[in-house]
Design a protein around this ligand. Structure first.
Ligand code: ATP
Length: 365
């Protein structure tokens, strides 16, 4: 554990009989970009508010490095928050908005610090303007500069890009990541947008109904989801019912409606009997029925293309398997002509390494 890791242990928050956050254990390494990701109402804002000191946990502790901050007043914590609403002072200039927090603490050398912070958020030329003279994205960067100027140990961001349009949001995601790397402060970012979390965070905790379902790097969560909820929340996934037939040292042999599929044993060694076989749509490729391949791929044969959608970077297919289930297939558009049409008879292929397995006791939706 590094000097100022943020550590939540057994943190619970009840509102009357309702448990919003349930026995949460969580470590955010110092200097990392951490995302709390989950659907509306899963408890992520409540978790953030407990770290900020705006809610007191019903049980559990929150530590920052060696300090227990569970019940510390908000202003006593080395923590700042940026909200979706920028809440800038309309009558003050951008410079004075950013300087505000510093002046409050009686800091000296305010001017160079504010100028440095405005440079960091690329608003060096805008110090003399009023908030209404800036765009939404620029105002959000002022809010960020204002929250960072006191050099908090942890910056909490509650859906800070929620009010921006899609293009600006994408730009700001990259900006936020750059700024976090530059300042090296721990960022804890709350969002319901999986793409946003994956773009920015080193580590993502996926929350559902007050608990963390899975925590890991974006790639780990995407490639190896451990629950159907995580699998579905982080992008599109195909889940097919299967039965484990055999295991060897490295692989599982599975039966799907009479077809034999192979999956890596790693992370799935404990599974037996009924399972979900998962594969991401961009990992599946189509072949005209009957065309032979000997590349070791898993194959589900006898499907029919039921939909073809051109979406710019990719073409998205729906293919109906003989038992009626439809799988999604995303094919990167590399300039070649569309190779499949609605009604084509196709086989679905993917490599065993791209297969993940989930316990069938969980609902697939
Ligand atoms: P959103 O993305 O919509 O903000 P969230 O994941 O941040 O959702 P929270 O705001 O943490 O969710 O709320 C979690 C649950 O706790 C919700 O069901 C909410 O209605 C409930 N809740 C939050 N604050 C209170 C409160 N002060 N009193 C009663 N219930 C509350």
């Amino acid at each position: 554990m590094a000097g100022s890791d943020l550590v939540l242990t057994g943190v619970t928050k009840r509102f009357g009989a309702f448990t919003a956050v349930d026995d949460l254990d969580l470590t955010v390494p110092q200097g990392s970009f951490f995302a709390l990701l989950g659907p509306s109402g899963c408890g992520k804002t409540t978790t953030l508010r407990m770290v900020a000191g705006l809610e007191e946990p019903t049980a559990g502790s929150i530590r920052l490095g060696a300090d227990d901050i569970t019940t510390l007043r908000p202003y006593r914590r080395p923590v700042n928050t940026v909200f979706q609403s920028y809440a800038l002072f309309p009558h003050l200039t951008i410079f004075e908005n950013v300087a505000f927090g510093l002046r409050r603490t009686g800091a000296k050398k305010v001017k160079p610090q504010v100028e440095e912070m405005l440079e960091l958020v690329e608003l060096g030329q805008y110090g003399g303007r009023k908030p209404t003279q800036l765009s939404g994205g620029q105002q959000q960067r002022v809010a960020l500069a204002r929250a960072l100027i006191n050099r908090p140990q942890v910056l909490l961001l509650d859906e800070p890009l929620g009010a921006l349009d899609l293009k600006l949001r994408r730009q700001m995601q990259i900006e936020l990541k750059r700024i976090q790397t530059d300042v090296g402060i721990t960022f804890v970012h709350v969002t319901h947008d999986q793409e946003e979390a994956m773009t920015m965070a080193d580590t993502i905790a996926v929350m559902n109904s007050g608990v963390i379902e899975q925590m890991g790097s974006p790639a780990e969560l995407y490639e190896h989801p451990s629950t159907t909820f995580v699998s579905n929340f982080l992008g599109q996934s195909n889940l097919v019912a299967a039965t484990v037939v055999e295991k060897d040292e490295d692989h599982l042999l599975l039966d799907v409606e009479g077809s034999r599929l192979v999956a890596p044993l790693a992370r799935a060694a404990a599974l037996t009997g009924r399972v979900w076989v998962g594969v991401r749509p961009e990992k599946v490729f189509l072949a005209h029925t009957g065309s032979e391949t000997d590349d070791g791929s898993n194959v589900l044969r006898g499907a029919v293309v039921t939909d073809v959608s051109f979406v710019g970077v990719s073409t998205q297919y729906l293919a109906r398997l003989p038992w009626g289930q439809e799988l999604m297939v995303f094919e990167q558009n590399t300039g070649a002509r569309l190779s499949f049409r609605t009604g084509d008879q196709v086989d679905l292929h993917w490599m065993p390494a791209h297969t993940f397995l989930l316990d069938a006791a969980q609902d697939a939706t």
